[in-house]
Write a protein that binds this ligand. Structure first.
Ligand code: 5BU
Length: 309
């Protein structure tokens, strides 16, 4: 099993969470404040670095390093939803270079396979050049609530972290992981069943790097398959909404995004639910994240035939 997958499985168990919050907001400081607020409730934090204004590119103390410090503090993984889709050589530059230097702070990235399997090999080559920073480097950027406050970011501190987390190390592996886009949640997308199978075949060729898929259902079909599935297009049923910040499951937003409830996704075998606006636009993102966490966790327990204690 990919080492990030096994770490993620441990996080899921200890944090009782299968939730990935997608930071679909447009300021770097608000993104950091959101990570801080939802940190206790999530196992993955998904970013779109290129929608953020005010990105600080400093490799040691900039936005990426600060997010990595918050991830270490709350024990979650960072997933940059970059959707690489170019030729291998360009994808390598996009992964490691520019102002974002995604490789340095994102544990997980994703890619379309439209350009063929060599692009996956190219990203893997780049991922293998990454070296885990030393503990001293981490200490230097241990940016918590007080530092965010000094920067003028309004941070509501979470009141708890689950106590078991005290025993859980931050990600111990010097590895990076890739998710392939095997299916999409948008109406009329062109990722048909043949494309999805091609994706699975490419993933099997690169199991040391590909940890799973963005997909709407589990895709494992061979006995040796251990791929994770993370699923976007997730919204609470309206009767459970705290504040109407989400879209109605079974419907689309104005631009073709299609929604399913967290309960349905967990019962059908998805590993991680991805929620963006339903949490980012909520009056209390931390409270809303905990609600999503809880309903998804209960459905997951039901799927496993276990009951919540
Ligand atoms: P929403 O606000 O919960 O609809 O946001 C969903 C997020 O997941 C958003 O960041 C999208 O870019 C991302 N996403 C998606 O919605 N559907 C897909 O098929 C893929 C990514 Br791939």
């Amino acid at each position: 099993m990919h080492p990030i997958t096994s770490y993620l499985r441990t996080l899921i168990r200890l944090k009782k969470s299968t939730l990935c919050v997608s930071a679909d907001i447009t300021s770097a400081e608000e993104m950091l404040a959101l990570a801080y607020a939802v940190g206790p409730h999530i196992v993955v934090f998904k970013t779109h670095a290129d929608i953020l204004s005010g990105w600080d590119p400093d490799p040691d103390h900039g936005t990426g390093a600060q997010l990595a410090a918050i991830a270490r503090q709350f024990r979650f993984l960072i997933f940059e939803d970059r959707k690489f889709a170019d030729i291998g050589s360009t994808a390598q530059l996009q992964y490691a270079g520019g102002d974002y230097r995604i490789l340095e702070w994102a544990h997980i990235v994703n890619a379309h396979v439209i350009s063929g399997p060599d692009m996956v090999r190219a990203l893997k080559e780049t991922a293998n050049t990454w070296k885990m920073p030393t503990e001293d480097t981490f200490k230097a950027v241990n940016l918590g609530k007080s530092a965010l406050k000094r920067k003028g970011v309004a941070v509501k501190a979470p009141t708890h972290t689950r106590e078991e987390l005290a025993d859980l190390e931050a990600l111990p592996t010097p590895k990076r992981g890739l998710l392939l886009l095997a299916q999409m949640s948008s109406a009329g997308n062109l990722l048909n069943a043949e494309y999805t199978s091609a994706c699975l075949a490419i993933a099997r060729q690169h199991q040391d790097f590909v940890m799973g898929f963005i997909a709407l259902e589990p895709l494992n079909s061979d006995p040796g398959d251990e791929f994770l599935v993370m699923t976007p297009g997730c919204s609470l049923p309206p009767d459970q909404s705290l504040d109407d910040s989400e879209f109605v499951p079974g419907t689309e937003d104005a631009l073709g995004q299609q929604y399913v409830t967290p309960q349905d996704l967990m019962l059908k075998g998805c590993d991680i639910i991805i929620v963006g606006r339903g949490i980012c636009n909520a009056a209390e993102p931390s409270m809303k994240a905990d609600q999503y966490r809880k309903v998804a966790w209960e459905a997951y327990q039901k799927r496993l035939g276990l009951t919540e204690e």
